[in-house]
Design a protein around this ligand. Structure first.
Ligand code: SF4
Length: 374
């Protein structure tokens, strides 16, 4: 606990806030890409402590939020066809077109919540007469473990294990946001855990290509404030560079073993992002030599796109165009108990973070909730 409390020291927080204010000559709009960072920015009240000149908008870095309905529908379909359908907890609650995986489970389907894809491999080993599918969502951070599960299943000769891959990649999503005509982002805080795996080189290229500064940042309050400070300095000095402010964890080259595993198991593909649309090269699917473990191929799933329906503003929330309290359903028709969209379901979703921590649900108005639509 000592290590954590050091990164939450109130005196150091105050000092960093002062340092952030010093160089400011104008207002800046900064996006933190990662849902985990959004969660902590709201939970620790950092949004309301920052100088008025800095507006943080929240990005698409919640894998549960960006998984399209079509994939949830496919997972539900598989569960209802009798496979053992395994996934991480939040994924079970996200509504598909017809129902969520949790509702499928309530209807008798064998849906299991796991903490690791290797548990799904174990279930397959122990149940040779059943097909076991792991619904693999996540960014570059979780993809290596899912790839490892496939490698383990292959080594054991398991023929009843497969992956429904919904992996997404961060840099292509940032590229898509930067080329969106509605984009009003001056700089990015990049997710430290993703860079732990992938390193910083892609961000250096992205920063140079789009003339936008990017700072790789951690998750504790001091990490986040240090990242904001370094980004403000880059912005004020007009330097479109990528910088690593999370050096205690992230190396420029990332984790070579994990990167090699990703390259061996997965290939980049175009991927649909819920509420955003298809982003070229933004997903990972199994390479052709691993297709025996691809649930889409094995069960001949229908690749048709699903339509997003209703008043959920998830797309605008995920692009940083709107903030959760600006959605008309927020805290009324849409709550964590009865979510209308994935950002309210996921523990990393921006809507859930505001509902739980920003005092908005109880009616208390914060700087963020009072913000008008840009
Ligand atoms: S508050 Fe609910 S309906 Fe509105 S954008 Fe968030 S998840 Fe969607």
């Amino acid at each position: 606990m000592k290590l954590l409390s050091e990164y939450r020291d109130p005196e150091l927080v105050r000092r960093l806030l002062g340092k952030i204010e010093e160089p400011l000559t104008r207002s800046w709009r900064i996006m933190e890409v990662c849902g985990g960072q959004t969660h902590n920015l709201v939970k620790y009240g950092i949004l309301s402590l920052l100088p008025q000149a800095i507006t943080l908008v929240h990005g698409p870095g919640c894998p549960v939020c960006v998984t399209p309905r079509r994939l949830i529908d496919q997972a539900v379909e598989l569960a209802e066809r009798g496979v053992v359908l395994c996934s991480y907890g939040d994924m079970l609650r996200v509504p598909g077109s017809r129902k969520s995986l949790r509702e499928a489970k309530a209807g008798g389907a064998d849906v299991r919540m796991l903490y690791s894809p290797l548990e799904a491999v174990r279930i397959a080993r122990e149940n040779p007469g059943r097909e076991v599918v792991f619904f693999a969502v996540g960014f570059e951070t979780t993809a290596p473990a899912n790839g490892l599960a496939v490698a383990h299943a292959a080594r054991e000769g398991l023929r009843n294990f497969s992956l429904l891959s919904a992996h997404v990649l961060v840099p292509p999503a940032m590229e898509a946001l930067l080329t969106d005509p509605d984009c009003r982002i001056d700089g990015f805080l990049a997710a430290g855990h993703v860079c732990t795996v992938m390193g910083c080189e892609e961000y250096e290229a992205l920063a140079a290509r789009h003339r936008v500064p990017i700072v790789v940042t951690g998750f504790e309050p001091l990490d986040l404030l240090q990242g904001i400070l370094e980004l403000v300095i880059l912005l004020e000095e007009g330097r479109a560079e990528a910088k690593n402010a999370y050096g205690r964890v992230v190396r420029r080259e990332g984790n070579p073993e994990a990167r090699a595993l990703l390259t061996r198991i997965f290939a980049r593909v175009d991927r649909e992002w819920r509420g955003i649309g298809t982003i070229p090269g933004s997903g990972l699917d199994l390479r052709s030599e691993w297709k025996a473990f691809d649930a889409r191929v094995k069960f001949a799933l229908d690749p048709e796109r699903s339509e997003e329906a209703g008043e959920c503003q998830a797309g605008k929330i995920l692009k940083g165009i709107l903030k959760p309290p600006q959605c008309p359903l927020f805290g009324k028709e849409c709550t964590p108990i009865a979510p209308k969209g994935a950002p309210m379901v996921s523990s990393e979703g921006a809507c859930a973070a505001y509902f739980h921590f920003a005092g908005v649900a109880s009616g208390a108005e914060t700087k963020e909730s009072a913000a008008s639509a840009p």
